[in-house]
Structure formats: C-alpha cells, structure tokens
Design a protein around this ligand. Sequence first.
Ligand code: PFF
Length: 534
Amino acid sequence: MSEKREHWSGNWGFLMALAGSAIGLGNIWKFPYVTGKYGGGAFVLVYLCCIMVIGLPILIGELTIGRTTGLNPIGAFAALCPKRSKLADLLGGIILLSGIALITFSQIGYGILVMLLGAVILYGGWKAIGLISGVITPFLILGYYGVVGGWTLIYAVKAVTGNLVFKTAAEAQAAFTPIQQAAPGTWWYVIGGQLAFMTLCGIILWFGVKKGIERCSKVLMPSLFVLLIVLILRSISLPGASAGIKFFLSPDFSKLSAEAVLVALGQAFYTLSLGMGISIVYGSYVRKETNLPKSVLQLIGLDTMVAMMAGLAIFPAVFAMGFEPAAGEGLVFQILPTAFNMIPGGLGSVWSSFFFIAVSIAALTSGISLMEVIVSVLIDYFKMKRWAAVLFSWSSISILGVFCSISMNSWKNIPWMEKGLTTLFGTPPGSLFLTLDNLTANWFLPAAGMAVSVFVGWVWGVRNAVNEIRKGAGRELDTNFFILLSGMRGESGYGDSYKHIFTPASVWGFFIRFITPVSVMFVFLNMTGAIKFN
Ligand code: PFF
C-alpha cells in the first residue's frame, strides 16, 4: 500500500494545500472580531505567542506522525505504538470511571457515551484515539461545516448574479433568517447549498492528492489573496474607514484579560486545524526532503497574514457604512453584504461577489482537507478505491449535513430526534448544528490536541520525532537558539556546531512534553466551563 501512496509535488504544493486547510472561516469570521474585541494589536501579540506555544509544536508533531508512518491517523498511532500503552490504559480507565460516576448522578446519556469512550480507549489504546480524532471528529465537524459552506456558495452565486442587494441591515437579516432557521419553504435551498458544497469537495478529492487537492489549492489560495487585497484597497479608501482600522488594530492592553488569552489559545488551535487528523494525513503525503519546521513557519505566516487581511477588508467597510461590528454569521451574512452594497460607485455587487467568492474558497479548501482525512482512512484501512472512498464519505457526511441543515437553530424540524435526545441528555442545547459545533470545538479538538502532544512527548518519544524532523530540515534545527537569533551563525568562535543544548529541536521537545499539554489543558477547562475568568 505505502509505495503507491501519493505525495505532494513539492514544497509549494504542500504549503498551499496546508494553507488551504488552515485558512478557513476561523480566519474570516472569528479572528477579526475577537481581535477587535480583546484589544486589537495587543491581542495579536498574545495570539502570536499562543501560536508559538500551542500551534507550532502540535502542528509539527502531527505532521511528523504522518510523515514518519505514511499512514492515516488510525494506522499512524497503531504503527508508532504497537504494544499496549500504560498511559492509554490509564486514560481509558479514568474516562470509564467518570462515565460510571455520571450514571450514578443520573446523567444516563452522557454517562453511557463517556463509558463507551473509555471502553474504546481501553480496548484499542492509541489506535482508538486515532479513530476518534481521525474519523469521528472530522465526520461530525464536516456535518455542520458543510452547511455553512453551502451558505457561502449560495451567497456567492447570489452576489455574482446581482441578487444580493440589501439596502438596510434589517433587509439582510430578513433574507438570511429563513436560510439560517431552515424555514420549511427554504429547506431545498439550504440542503441544496450543503449538497453542492459537499459535492464540490468530493469532486476535487476524486482527482486525488496531487491532481485534486494540490492543483486546486495552488489556484484557489493565490486567488483568495488577490481578492482580499482588492477588497482591502476598496475598504480602507472609504471615507470613515479609519474608525474600523482603529477598532481592529489599535492596541489596548487593558483589554488583555485572562479570558482574552484563552480566546487567543483557542483561536490558535482552531485556525491551524489541529486535533482533526488533517495534519497527520497531509503529513503522510510529505516527502522526506521537505523541511517541516520551515514549512510550518511559512504556513503560520500565511495564515496570520490572511486573518489580518480579512480584518482590514471587513472593518473599515463596516465602520465607514455606519454599522456595528459583530462576529460569526451575523457579520458575514448580514452586515457585510449590506455594507459592501452601500459602497458608493454602483459596484456594490462586485465587492460582495469578491467577498463571497473569497469566503467560499476559504471554506471549500478547509472542507476538502477534512473530507480527505476520512477518505484516507477508507483507502488505507478498508482498501477501498479512491472513488469509492470519496463516494462513501460524501454520502454519509451529506446525510448528517441534511439533518444539520434542517435543524439549524432549533429542533422543531426533527421532533423525534429532540425527543430521543431530551430523554437521554436532558434538554439538548439549541440544535443539532450547535450540538455538533459545541461537542467538537469544545471537547474533541482540545482533547485530541492534548493527546497528540502527550503521545509525541511521552509515548512515541521526542528522540524519535526529532530524528524524523531532521530529515529535510537544515542544520538550524540543532544549532544554538541564541546564535541563530543573533545572526552569529558561522562566526568563528560561535560556529554552528551540533553540540548545543538550547536548540530549536530541544526547545520543541520541551514544549511538546510540558508547556503545550498544560496550555491545552487550560483551553479545555475554559471551553468546557470548568474554569471561568472575568
Ligand atoms: N482552520 C480552519 C478554519 O480556520 O476555519 C478550521 C477547519 C474547520 C478546518 C473546518 C476544516 C474544517 F472542515
């Protein structure tokens, strides 16, 4: 199997594919708003620190696990830890006991789920963790991400055909609400958008790694960049734009609360698509000559740049047109189409088209990366042909997506599911869409991130991981950090000898063993509500 595995054609193709995954709705509808809310430039600094503490170590860890084994998440964990692992047993045992405790507190539904999870980990060890993070999580995330992806496509088509003309925010809201709530008359519309999004993902994946994912990322990512630059130029040249730039970037250190730090940590984690198996799978297509740390640094640069660019395209226009900033769906689907439409000069539809094409690209390239995780498991594990694996993932995720589409903001469209869930779990929050979002973003992703860092740091071992990273990496990896940073490399007396202690490799090892898991633990506790800062 492994000798037939496809590889990225080179560093650029790999970088674009990885950027396609990382640059998604997180960059466009979350980053700009949280930056504005939590202290502008000051928040950006904290965010960059978080990227270094959590993002970079785990991302390198996941890519390394993938490259060294050349396998999907399940196979990769199994290959690197073929024997029983005490740590996995301990983890499984603790989870199982927590499940029993939950049942005794009459939380039957959650108790059964948690017990099952513990039992699966006790039985399968690290392989089970690969199954959860590499199959179940992507399946659940794509179930609801596809719905939002569908909206972005619907809005892009509407904008391009000149049908996205709103004069007031109220009008935009009136147009969006039926879509968001999947009012009975608009079902076909929302489901159609979701299916179209999933179908596009499927078609691209059908062509494979190089001809599908890589080729389309190489075209789409630079296009996204160009579209954003045009939008920024338009946006910042509007009268009154400076208020938006001020909201977005002016540093305000007084807003840097503990909560802001946790938001920055969570954002760093989400934006790099960690804990979803994506980087393990994309890593498995990387050649040994590729310099992983260098690619990761380039990726972080691109991802942060696009997030900053999105803010500069969005807020100046929002403020110049007299709107209040918001986050998420409200910002992207209500405020922005109206603001872009109101831009004088009669080109409103052009600006909205540019914007929604950009958002669709961001969503699509993230969607394909997630679907590829499942496809890779089906190909490696069940020896399916690519077309069959794509068809299988496409259809199963689409079915989940259809349920999500019709249960966007309430359960009222699927009463039997509501009844079942209420019996098991008490009142389920919001809707199927919100439940999946909450379950994955708040529980599965941070837990998987922690698992990856513990696995690399303590089970597979930093020594093995660093040996893999060394392939393709320059001598910088083992050169004294201060000598590198000071620019004194090669200077006589300093040299770039390998015999240094404080090197990028050793710092990474220290982080992945101690600092990263503890930081993710804080994100986890915060997201699940176990600790609260205010
Ligand atoms: N990095 C992505 C983002 O910022 O939107 C996270 C992501 C979400 C990736 C959903 C893939 C996906 F399907």
